[in-house]
Write a protein that binds this ligand. Structure first.
Ligand code: ADP
Ligand code: MG
Length: 347
């Protein structure tokens, strides 16, 4: 199947500064992608390049098989049929909700326009709010209006730049899930930009992790969480600890929780490496022969997130039922359950 959106080796410079370097990614029609990465890594720059607001220094962007950006060749934003949703919603404060949604629909006649506005407001659950003004709505409702406005002209792709970061964290993940359903019901292709992995997980089929303007790893949320390519990805996605280990010549390794038999990538045999341990890899085991001292613990409702000290002093995390209730300084009996070993070059 042909790619709906494709970036091939895209670079964007601001003067001598390289904000994005050799970025490639592709989305199939109806897929939701995400550019995830720390603040300043180049996410907005890439989204603006797709929207037609930044020229490319190298590479090419195509939409539905035709080039929309190349070097010295930038199709103007208004000819791209791209919908944009921003962090601050960017609603027009002096227009009511209906007129905000109607904004991009001047090519329609009055009755078509009224019908589309009403459909869009129904779609985002604001069918009764067409006459309200933005300031009369909650943050979550305003963001839904912004989404309705972006979807109303039936764009070829929707670009969302940190659309939930103005909302409180409780609401963010929920709204991200709702927006995902809404986009899917409409078979929309979308690209989300966020620094928040929970938003990325709640919304995206495909995540492209960016650091310092370049792609670190692309894959499904499951790929990035369970098969991180390096220590940066392991540290950025999910909770966990990367500890220094010595891999034996036969490919087994021993780090104070017993011998791990899982076959290790041959490249690390007889060498030191970084090993990723997620909090769920270390389990409370009442009858284990290994008990580790609790260095710290955090209450997580049904569970404690324990920080445990290995015999060599390195710290690991363990998620265990609250009923374990071991205080700092006490001993927690544990065992290690690794489905797959994530090993990295030592830092
Ligand atoms: P993100 O959205 O991931 O936070 P941005 O794409 O906004 O990152 O910015 C990437 C880098 O480019 C940052 O170092 C930022 O300071 C720089 N930058 C962004 N816009 C401009 C600009 N118009 N001129 C010069 N530098 C810029
Ligand atoms: Mg940004």
């Amino acid at each position: 199947m042909a790619e709906h959106l494709k970036l091939r080796d895209v670079s964007v410079h601001y003067g001598a500064f390289t904000a994005a370097h050799n970025v490639s990614l592709s989305l199939q029609a109806g897929e939701i992608g995400c550019l995830l990465g720390p603040s300043g890594c180049g996410k907005t720059t890439l989204l603006r390049a797709i929207g037609g607001f930044e020229p490319l220094s190298a590479g090419e962007i195509s939409l539905q098989g035709s080039t929309i950006s190349g070097v010295g060749n930038t199709l103007p934003p208004e000819q791209r049929q791209v919908g944009m949703v921003f962090q601050d919603f960017a609603l027009f404060p002096h227009l009511d909700v209906g007129r905000n949604v109607a904004f991009g629909l001047s090519y329609m006649n009055r009755s078509q326009r009224a019908a589309r506005v009403s459909d869009m407001l129904e779609l985002v659950g604001l069918g009764q709010s067409g006459r309200a003004y933005p300031h009369e709505l909650s943050g979550g409702q305003q963001q839904r209006v912004a989404l309705a406005r972006a979807l109303a002209p039936k764009p070829r792709i929707v670009l969302l730049d940190e659309p939930f970061s103005g909302l409180d964290s409780e609401l963010r993940e929920q709204l991200a899930g709702e927006v995902r359903q809404l986009l899917q019901r409409n078979q929309m292709t979308a690209l989300l930009v966020t620094h928040d992995q929970h938003e990325a997980f709640a919304m995206a089929d495909q995540i492209t992790l960016i650091n310092g303007g370049t792609v670190v790893q692309s894959g499904t949320p499951d790929d990035l969480y369970h098969r991180p390519i390096d220590a940066f990805t392991a540290g950025f996605i999910g909770e966990g600890a990367v500890i220094a280990v010595q891999v034996n010549g036969d490919g087994t390794l021993d780090f104070g929780l017993g011998l791990l038999q899982a076959p290790v990538a041959a490249q690390y045999a007889g060498r030191s490496a970084g090993l990723l341990l997620r909090p769920t890899d270390i389990a409370y085991a009442a009858h284990s022969s290994v008990s580790l001292p609790v260095a710290a613990r955090a209450f997580r409702g049904a569970q404690y997130l324990y920080q445990l000290q290995l015999p060599d002093g390195q710290l690991i995390l363990c998620l265990a039922p609250v009923s374990t209730n071991v205080s700092v300084g006490g001993l927690l009996p544990v065992s290690c359950h690794l489905d797959a070993l994530s090993l990295f070059e030592p830092s």
